[in-house]
Design a protein around this ligand. Structure first.
Ligand code: SF4
Length: 447
């Protein structure tokens, strides 16, 4: 006796992804697993049988945003599973939203999938269990984030991530390189390498070798960057700390193997404040290091973030930061006003700075950086630059240079092109600057 089976509609899961690129990578992994098991992804609350909310719990303001997003998902759908950083404190979620179906913590793929299975069983149809080999990406097809490790061995005073995500756990070099290779084969033109502490990659694995392309590759920062440089696409490094061994990758940038771009969250310039923050590599002489890096790779772009108003930060220490900004001329920087985060060691420090002072320091630091960044953009007028296109419209395309990461850095509007498509890399002449952004023309003559 044979039985025919009506194909069952695939269950649909909606996903709200909050927080940083690292959380985005977690969301992508969850989506890949869901697609592999035959779930469909719903772009709307209403079309979903269940909504996953991947939360951020880094700052109190991010927690408030996460709770608001859970509330919206509850109101518009009602069947909600919560995961991500804020899942590390389930009581705060269930207090505000007692009817969520389940709460799982950060980096707990098995637990998220178990919660989804429990509340929305998979369809088990082999024809829906298809997933492209490169996985499911939330970012446009031409760029992707690759997470090389999870967790962190540092204990910065203002940060609760090690408590939420644990100590550093690196992926073997082979796993990272195979993922990166698949992405390149699928048409990705730019990889953003992310983690909590990219330069510490492999410490936990004792730099173990694994085989890739028929040869052993160490799970070590330099070796990984060198191997990624073989893929022939843009490779951008985020969340690097200024440890001495970082110097070794600068020649790879000068040779064009990886992008001349370093995202280093310096957070401050005053050695005393950095020590109070318990920052890694806080004793390194960063101005000298930056000068040496630029000597090796003159077009290196440095992006950073800084906290103003850390407990105990004196006027003189803040002035030290401003002077450092002028001298270091970091190419891109974001500033944050210090905020207590529940569970962070810095909450107990003396010398909390009044909000008005924090605001004033923030405005002054941001103004210095804006002036430096605008001047940098003006210096590029007349130069020919490579632009990776992110969006293409009828009259112009918008993209980025190798010195600019998506979402956070400057944009270039490119005019005069035809038949362009996102992911193309074009050469264009910079015609003018608008703040930190550039206008460039294809085939435009030097002015
Ligand atoms: S390096 Fe510091 S700020 Fe970054 S995740 Fe680790 S502890 Fe947190």
């Amino acid at each position: 006796m044979t039985a025919t089976r009506e194909p069952r509609a695939a269950p649909k899961v909606g996903l709200v992804s909050l927080g940083c690129p690292k959380a985005l990578v977690d969301s992508e992994r969850i989506l890949t697993r869901l697609r592999a098991e035959g779930y469909e992804i719903s772009p709307s609350y209403e079309g979903a049988d269940l909504v996953l909310v991947n939360t951020c719990g880094f700052l109190d303001s991010a927690k408030a945003e996460s709770l608001e997003a859970i509330g919206e998902a509850m109101e518009r759908n009602g069947r909600v599973v919560v995961t991500g950083c804020m899942g590390g404190e389930p009581e705060n979620i269930t207090k505000a939203h007692p009817n969520v179906l389940a709460v799982t913590g950060p980096h707990q793929y098995e637990a998220v999938m178990a919660a989804v299975h429990e509340h929305l069983p998979p369809a088990h149809d082999p024809f829906t269990n298809l997933v492209p080999p490169q996985g499911v990406r939330l970012t446009p097809r031409h760029y992707a984030y690759v997470k090389i490790s999870e967790g962190c061995n540092n204990r910065c005073a203002f940060c609760i991530i090690p408590g939420l995500r644990g100590d550093l756990v690196s992926r073997p070099a082979r796993a990272v390189l195979t993922e990166a290779e698949r992405l390149a084969e699928a048409g990705v033109k730019e990889l953003m390498i992310i983690s909590q502490d990219t330069s510490a990659y492999g410490v936990d694995l004792k730099y173990a070798e694994s085989e890739w392309r028929g040869r052993p590759v160490k799970a070590k920062f330099f070796d990984l960057c060198d191997a990624l440089g073989e893929l022939g696409i843009w490779v951008r490094l985020h969340y690097v700390y200024p440890y001495p061994h970082v110097d070794q990758v600068i020649p790879l940038m000068a040779e064009g193997k990886i992008l001349p771009y370093l995202d280093i969250p310096f957070q401050h310039a005053s050695p005393r404040v950095l020590k109070a923050m318990r920052r890694p590599a806080n004793q390194e002489k960063t101005l000298e290091r930056i000068a040496a890096w630029r000597n090796t790779c003159p077009d290196l772009a440095i992006r950073s973030t800084f906290i103003v108003g850390f407990p105990g930060e004196t006027d003189a220490e803040f002035e030290e930061l401003l002077a450092w900004l002028e001298e270091a001329r970091v190419d891109r920087a974001g500033f944050f006003m210090y905020e207590d985060v529940a569970g962070a060691a810095s909450n107990d420090l003396d010398g909390q700075i009044p909000d008005a002072v924090k605001r004033e320091r923030y405005a002054r630091a941001a103004a210095v950086q804006e002036r430096l960044q605008n001047a940098r953009a003006r210096r590029l007028i007349g130069a020919r630059v490579e632009v990776l296109l992110d969006e293409v419209g009828p009259d112009a395309a918008v993209g980025r240079t190798k010195w600019d990461a998506p979402e956070i850095d400057a944009k270039v509007t490119v005019t005069g092109g035809t038949r362009l498509k996102p992911g193309d890399v074009v050469k264009a002449r910079v015609l003018e600057s608008q703040g930190i952004d550039l206008i460039a023309g294809l085939g435009a003559a030097r002015r």
